[in-house]
Design a protein around this ligand. Structure first.
Ligand SMILES: Cc1cc2nc3c(=O)[nH]c(=O)nc-3n(C[C@H](O)[C@H](O)[C@H](O)COP(=O)(O)O)c2cc1C
Length: 365
């Protein structure tokens, strides 16, 4: 990896740490989702089981840390802290794009540290869809998997980010065919994820048909990569103006989650601005299998593994408390809990032809 790429990675981290790169006007839509409180919860809080099984792996709670980093010394420390925390809690995590280490094997350790620190946690390798079109083949993807002894691989889609950065690659033609090829030739599940702009029903359907094993919606409302580029670019430059305009571009996380979950049968992961255990509970009620959190884990990880474990434990505890108040004894019960979809999220979904009433009619009345 050249000095330039290394600087870019370091800048991503410092800009995201300052929280300057969060959505400005667009919101996730979690504020439009409301559980119906159960005054007679027929459960004992101590007996609530938050564990879940996805891809045949038993997660102690439906929570993973989203792909973020690798390639620099600071990234090694961040990856190590997150890995230790997820190992202790028996959760999962993704690493950042591994292209850097595929091109320069000297950087392997900045990623492989995660398997060293997390011998049994669920680990997700990462490669860009755009790299599949330009040079990365099945061999390189297998290399990324082996590098961290991954349980799955995520292919990230980041058209918005590539578009607003001066060094970005925007020749995306053929990306779906490459994803299909990789999904067919790899013996690990291939997850396709966005990076903050969401996935619509139409794309979800194509990805399922391509043989992808799960979709991580990574919708709008949390970290914005246009915002990251706004801060990286020179004031007054085309990139600066473009990234300002596209700062809040994307499908809000909840709309993306509902569109995708109502369209495909493969597991759907909720991410993009997931910030609380309540957000995770709402995601599961909307039929996600896991919630994924990135920016808040980055903030904790720079403080160390204990700080990371603390915030992850808090998210799980919040989830458990929501489950109590809606009378859910097991994670699957959340998918039966009545919820009301309101506001702009309901408007979006009705306009796009999705059913929002069915959620409120769940459960015996
Ligand atoms: C510092 C940083 C670096 C990231 N790098 C990657 C990456 O290399 N590959 C990827 O798939 N997603 C990457 N992401 C995107 C996240 O996985 C996630 O989709 C996005 O941040 C939205 O989640 P959040 O709102 O919880 O941060 C990165 C996010 C952050 C904050």
């Amino acid at each position: 990896m050249g000095k330039q790429t290394e600087n870019r990675k370091a800048e991503h981290i410092s800009i995201c740490l300052d929280k300057k790169a969060q959505a400005r006007k667009i919101t996730t839509g979690f504020e439009d989702i409301q559980f119906v409180h159960r005054a007679l919860p027929d459960v004992d809080k101590e007996r609530i089981d938050v564990s879940t099984k996805v891809f045949g792996y038993k997660f102690s709670a439906p929570l993973i840390i989203g792909a973020m980093t690798g390639g620099t010394a600071e990234a090694t420390r961040i990856n190590a802290a997150i890995a230790e925390a997820v190992e202790n809690l028996q959760l999962g995590m993704g690493v950042g794009s591994q292209r850097a280490a595929i091109e320069n094997p000297k950087l392997t350790e900045t990623y492989s540290v995660v398997r060293k620190k997390a011998p049994t946690a669920f680990l997700i390798a990462n490669i860009g869809g755009i790299q599949l079109v330009h040079g990365c083949d099945v061999k390189e993807v297998k290399q990324a998997v082996e590098m961290i002894d991954a349980d799955a691989v995520a292919v990230h889609l980041n058209a918005l980010h590539e578009m607003v950065q001066p060094e970005g690659q925007t020749a995306f033609k053929g990306v779906l065919d490459k994803i299909c090829e990789i999904a067919g030739k790899l013996d690990k599940p291939v997850i396709v994820k966005e990076t903050g702009a969401g996935i619509a029903a139409e794309e979800a359907k194509k990805l399922e048909k391509a043989g992808v094993k799960a979709i991580d919606v990574a919708g709008a409302g949390g970290t914005s990569f246009a915002a990251v580029e706004y801060y990286r670019s020179e004031t007054g430059s085309i990139q600066h103006l473009l990234s300002d305009i596209f700062w809040d571009w994307g499908i809000p996380t909840v709309a993306s989650l509902i569109e995708t979950a109502q369209t495909v049968k493969i597991p759907v992961i909720a991410s993009g601005g997931v910030r609380t255990g309540m957000d995770i509970a709402k995601s599961l009620a909307l039929n996600a299998c896991l919630g994924s959190v990135s920016q808040p884990s980055l903030e904790a990880a720079v403080k160390g593994d204990e700080a990371t474990e603390r915030i992850l434990s808090l998210l799980v505890e919040e989830l458990r408390n929501v489950m109590f108040l809606v009378g859910a004894e097991k994670v699957e019960d959340l998918a039966e809990a009545p919820i009301v979809v309101m506001g702009k999220t309901a408007e979006w979904l009705k306009t796009r032809g999705f059913n929002v009433e069915e959620y409120s009619r769940r459960g015996a009345r």
